[in-house]
Design a binder for this molecule. Sequence first.
Ligand code: BMA
Length: 369
Amino acid sequence: MKLTSSLIVAAVLLTSCNLQSGTGVKPADNQATTETIQLLSRMHILTDKGIMFGHQDDLAYGIGWIAPKGKSDVFSVCGDYPAVFGWDLGHLETGSACNLDSVPFGSMKSWAIDVNAHGGINTFSWHLNNPVNDSSAWNFSTTGTVKSILPGGEKHDKYTQWLDAVADFFTSLKDSSGKPIPVIFRPFHEQSGDWFWWGKKHCSSQEFVELWRFTFKYLTETKQVHNLLFAFSPSDDFRNKADFMERYPGDEYVDIIGFDIYQMSSQSNRQFAEKLSNKLKILAQVAKDNNKLPAITEIGYEQIPYPTWWTEVLWPAIKSSGMSYALFWRNAANRPNHFYAPYPGQQSEKDFVNFFNLPETLFRSDINK
Ligand code: BMA
């Protein structure tokens, strides 16, 4: 009797803790693996501790190096790895051994598995080629491209073959016990802009929503891929909730919402910080209303030309935003001056260490505590 009542008390306490910390949120894929459900819960819980730092292609290359084991510009500067690791699947659809930025898919797979084994989080974007003319994601010279890959369209079979490759890649990401590792998938990003063939000017909202829903269902139902959290991320051009939701596929198809934003050299620090905090307020509200996890899905200031940018410009704008993570773009080894995280000797290095030392910026070791 006594045991039963303590069990009831424990269960009630546990349930209320779970609800408070957001673990009641389930992935959009109702057959998501236990690990995927746990990842989403963990990410919700971690928003109470701070914002996770993320970096694209962190382990693949950096300034002056390509692929030595364990190397990372972020680690070289602050002695810890990012909490979130971004990767891109662009060119997987062509059967190429390397992605559009020359990262071998085999290595990407090993790195993602290693990240997961060390408690880090992986997120994948997909700069997929134009399926009509096989040019790049930035080629929008063909008309009706999105329509052509939807069911009934001329390129539909080609698109499902591309998705087969994506499904195979995601299901091949297995931990040491053979279980698929949970990851974030962020397809068709920046769809509110017009620079990709899936952008706003190149398809209707209805076509875009149909594309998203088809992709979601094909992966989760036809291919039975159940280790994905889906992230929806327009560009930073929305002015209000209605704008943000314009191409939103629906709560049943999305786990994470965010936007991509970069500081331009034409913008002052103040202009950027104001813009960023305004957009974050809108995003936080949408996330609350729709019970989704909010994140800054891409961000950065190319070359970080201001030595105290991290603590004086970025941090004040994001610190109270409630975001799960901020993913900084790549430190390109193959493109001069195209970097978004510091490296040893870079002028914002010292300030980045101060940023790293803030209790609410979360790196890999912080999220494992
Ligand atoms: C862009 C640039 C390109 C790169 C692409 C995909 O923002 O970094 O050089 O090819 O992302 O990673």
